[in-house]
Design a protein around this ligand. Sequence first.
Ligand code: GLN
Length: 562
Amino acid sequence: MSARFIFITGGVVSSLGKGLASASLGALLQARGYKVRLRKLDPYLNVDPGTMNPNQHGEVFVTDDGAETDLDLGHYERFTGVNARRSDSVTTGQIYSTLLTKERRGDYLGGTVQVIPHVTDLIKEFILKDTESEDFVLCEIGGTVGDIEGLPFLEAIRQLGYELGHGRVMYIHLTLVPYIAAAKELKTKPTQHSVKELRSIGIQPDILLCRADREIPLSERRKIALFCNIREDAVIQALDVASIYEVPKRYSEQGFDAQVLKIFGMDDHKHKPDLAKWDDILKRIQQPKGEVSVAIVGKYTGIGDAYKSLSEALDHAGIANQARVHVRWIDAAGFEKGDVAKELADADAILVPGGFGERGVGGKLAAIQYARENKKPYLGICFGMQLACIEFARNVLGIKDAASTEFGPYEDKEGKGPLVGLMTEWLRGNVLETRRHDGDLGGTMRLGAYDCEIAKGSLAAEIYGASHISERHRHRYEVNMAYREELEKAGMVFSGLSPSGHLPEIVELRNHPWFVGVQFHPELKSRPFAPHPLFASFVKAALKAEKTKGDNVVAISSKKKT
Ligand code: GLN
């Protein structure tokens, strides 16, 4: 049997959680024993989100095969455990880029190149590619119905419904049923309009998933069903929940997955999916036995989406330790050296995440110095590792101008090059990869999964319980190995290296209970069912620090007096 396709669109407003709804349905179908793949189609014109500001668009999620994708792919991976691939994410920019290359090459043989059929054909090709071995392919269409830029995608999925037939294609529409306080009523009109808009372009949704902040009365669900031409039990209410990991269970209770199977004419819709592992993590989330506070000193602290995988990974570490992890986001740009002790004193652990550019570097360095000197657990991710090396070189080795070329030109007095700089070539397996100083900004970083060898006896080896690991990367600069000897003599250990030994991957401090910097992004591979060992260990160290908090406070106040 070839794959069945489920298309998920959104209406009324954005940010209703289409990604989570898709990921949850994927998980529910999996819990019934099916093989699923999830894909995201984004109507914006950027070729990928790699060059977009995370404050605007949320984090850039990186796959093993090095694609820079939308953060929804992170939800898909976390909920289903299926590793996403480059071929699971596409944007209008990519479609047009392929189309224009073909046009220039003369592939269209002098024909007029048009949105229909040329753009829509490429979209369909993308959706259908490599799906033979799947039971279900879930495709989420970014944006909201009614957006001009989304039209070619909607037309393409309409055509697929026509071409593959009803037994193989289904449409799910996610809408909002808002509560109007003055009228004390939930309103169905926006949903009706959104479905009308979809139907005007030829798509009749099979299931409506209605987000609401309270129970939608049966009478209102009936009204929606009648006006939208949908069976009553296929109008599913999607109520707000405390944890995103509750979503699959709650949606299933409302009959979401059962309806999907029923609409495809599959007879196992009467059974229940096996959700035992979801129950287990929910119990750990809802009944924590301890709590810790982690200060994250970063730049994009305005919205949670900019660090989505990171906050999820910390939650997973909470699941691993059955503890609640409170995150305090600190904007590094407004953070002065003098504030450090005051701001960070009651944090049990400190984390500097990935980042780009010089703004906020002073605040991040001050936080790292504080963690190092006060023996607070510290995790530095990517930029956070590079800065940990810079802080150590400046304040322990006394190399005052230690810096990254990311901050500007470097005067090479010692002939060693900058402490953090651009590597122009390295080996990935047996393949030589190269970069140029004047190369494109988009898609030219060290991206995707790279192997790392861990030194025996190191903290990293203990944490991973392995000597060979693979982690995902997304960065342009590297810590310069020419400084390794000096740094190691002073107490920093290069405990993880690329197999060729050219690229530092993990550093740690010898005389510190828990201080680790990693050049990769471990948060991208953390899952609720397989919390990442680095985060689990970091939170465990934070829990330990929490227990001895009283001692720390004494130490700080006595320091102030002297
Ligand atoms: N800006 C640094 C680099 O490009 C770090 C990137 C990151 O933290 N993802 O190397």
